[in-house]
Design a protein around this ligand. Sequence first.
Ligand code: GDP
Ligand code: MG
Length: 394
Amino acid sequence: MFRRLFGGDDRKTEQPEEQPPIEDTATNAEHAPTAEQPRPQARLFASVDALDVEAQRIAEAEAAAARRREQSGLRRLFGGQERTEQEIQREVAKTTAAVQKTRSTGMFGRISDMFKVDQLITPELWEELEELMIAGDVGVDTTLTVIERIQTEVERNNIYKASDARALLKRELVQLLQVDQPQFSEQTTKPYVMLVIGVNGAGKTTLIAKLANRYKQEMGKDVLLGAADTFRAAAVEQLQTWAERIQVPVIAQGQGADPGAVAFDALQATNARNADVLIIDTAGRLQAKYNLMKELEKIKNIVSKRVPEAPHEVLLVIDATTGQNGISQAKAFMEAANVTHLALTKLDSSAKGGVAFAMVQEIKRPIKYIGTGEKLDDVAVFDPEAFVDALFED
Ligand SMILES: Nc1nc2c(ncn2[C@@H]2O[C@H](COP(=O)(O)OP(=O)(O)O)[C@@H](O)[C@H]2O)c(=O)[nH]1
Ligand SMILES: [Mg+2]
């Protein structure tokens, strides 16, 4: 009886056989719950409510994790297609090979080692981490934010050893790379129009060839290229050379042509051929920011007049070897165009892969692809977890 009142435990099965009937409670009036006091039943309901809240919290956390997995590059898959384990492994292998330099000669190899040992976490450890991350091009603001977050987590979880903080550090780094960006699916959007922008030499034309090849080979898409980088003669020729190799048509007008006119032609051709994907190459003359803005604006207007909602993807290509410089470039492009995704090229020749973190944080756009070399096959769909694992050699 007492247990019932005190603990709110109303389960009849636990009542002893000799227990007086329920009505007897009334005789012990001073112990009986009054209207003001929460009745045992009310408490029971309260705890059921709490369970509901907890169940809802768990369901929400699971849904969020599923969403994260879906959005994460490898699982989202190239063009939103289901992938085999083998294909995922191929992307991971490319990512791992590309960040080899970042890991061995760069800062992340040392960071990884620091968080492998059984040593106590000291203020010096945080200082060294800070120095290494900044030297690794993560950027001052991002570095300080992330270290503060890890420190809080370490304290909250009573973690004393560096090796025990390793998973926390990695999780925070993965989170830095995850930003939401609504996107169209290449699977269901036809035609899917992509505008590829970035400074000269960033790797736009090479990436376009790699992606066109993938769309064609892996998704069986009918791809068309538009040579709207008309500033240099070599630019058009370079795109044409690639296109010949991968056997996709290019719409071009030659050097000095109006990029808007090329885009117009390319759109007409896309519609006439009923092509699936159109990728437009552009010139990236940042020196004349005003002109660049005008030019991109014009191309975008031409595109959106012919295909509603296009361009579906505005891919900003950044050379990873330019480090922090690349970030100021990226900001200028953000002002000029409505960038939807980033591509980080030449990751294979940069020791400072940390720029990926700074880039996503500063630009607030996800990295969709990484360039892992100069060959046609040297491209990987970016996956934050695979990237961080590769940096830590896990
Ligand atoms: N190592 C390496 N080189 C690349 C990569 N992407 C492009 N390049 C090279 O960078 C140079 C400039 O590339 P390009 O596509 O012409 O740049 P664009 O001016 O932006 O079109 C070329 O020599 C490419 O071979 C990459 O992922 N890794
Ligand atoms: Mg080019």
